[in-house]
Structures are given as C-alpha cells and as structure tokens.
Design a protein around this ligand. Structure first.
Ligand code: SF4
Length: 129
C-alpha cells in the first residue's frame, strides 16, 4: 500500500521491469493504494514509484570536436527523475567532447546535480573507422 497519491480515477500502469509487461491496476482505497494485476512484488514497487517519483535512464548522443565522428553515444550510469530528462538533454546539448573518450569514460559528472554521471557508450573516437 502507498498513501498520499490522488487516485480518484484509477490508473493502469504497464510494468516494464521484465518482458511480461503486466498491466497493474492502481486503485485508491481508504488505506492507500491497492495494486492488482502484477505477477510479482517488483511490479508493485515499480507501480508505486511510477505514481510518486518515476525514474528513467537516458540514452542519447553528444557532439564532438572530431570531424570523422561528429557525435558519440552516451547514457546515464543510473536512473534520474523523469522530470529531469529535458534539463539533462539541454545540458548535454551544450557539451562538445574534445578528447578521444572510450566506452565507460565519464562525459559529464553529476549531471544537473542528480548524482548520476553521463558516460560514453561507444569507442567511435578511439576506433573511428
Ligand atoms: S509485475 Fe513482475 S512479472 Fe509482471 S512485468 Fe513486472 S516484473 Fe515482470
């Protein structure tokens, strides 16, 4: 059960934790929220988080200073609040990578104060061809 959530209209959340994709019905009760339809406990945790503080990973690319590889792919090394995705995307839009980074190298530390780093996911700058 979870409380402090307005569920005057019941919601259905599709769990994305595993490929089963359970449809979890979230219904307000006097005691909080009742979750039904999930096949396991992880689904209830996921639905509760979606209702209160949805989190996401971000995968995107940033510009580089190298003509043979003008962009390089990156991702967050953890989840950030979904509400921060636009701000993080804008911050990454200001970045130009000027060194030949490789997979796992940190591109932006503690992006937008989230405590999460943005790391490189490609060796394109060390093996451009
Ligand atoms: S509720 Fe459990 S079984 Fe269903 S999709 Fe989520 S993790 Fe998978």
């Amino acid at each position: 059960m979870t409380d402090s959530i307005d569920l005057s209209i019941p919601r259905v959340i599709v769990c994305i934790v595993c490929p089963n994709g359970c449809r979890i019905h979230c219904e307000g009760t006097e005691d909080g929220v009742r979750f039904t339809g999930q096949k396991c406990k992880r689904g209830e945790s996921y639905a509760a988080a979606e209702l209160t503080r949805p989190m996401r990973s971000l995968t995107t690319s940033v510009r580089t200073a190298f003509a043979e590889a003008p962009v390089v792919s990156v991702r967050t090394d953890g989840e950030v609040e979904k509400s921060m995705l636009q701000e993080i995307s804008s911050a990454l839009g200001q970045i130009v990578v000027t060194s030949r980074v490789k997979i796992g190298d940190v591109i932006a530390k503690n992006i937008c104060g989230t405590g999460v780093n943005v790391i490189c996911t490609s060796d394109r700058l060390v093996h451009p061809y």
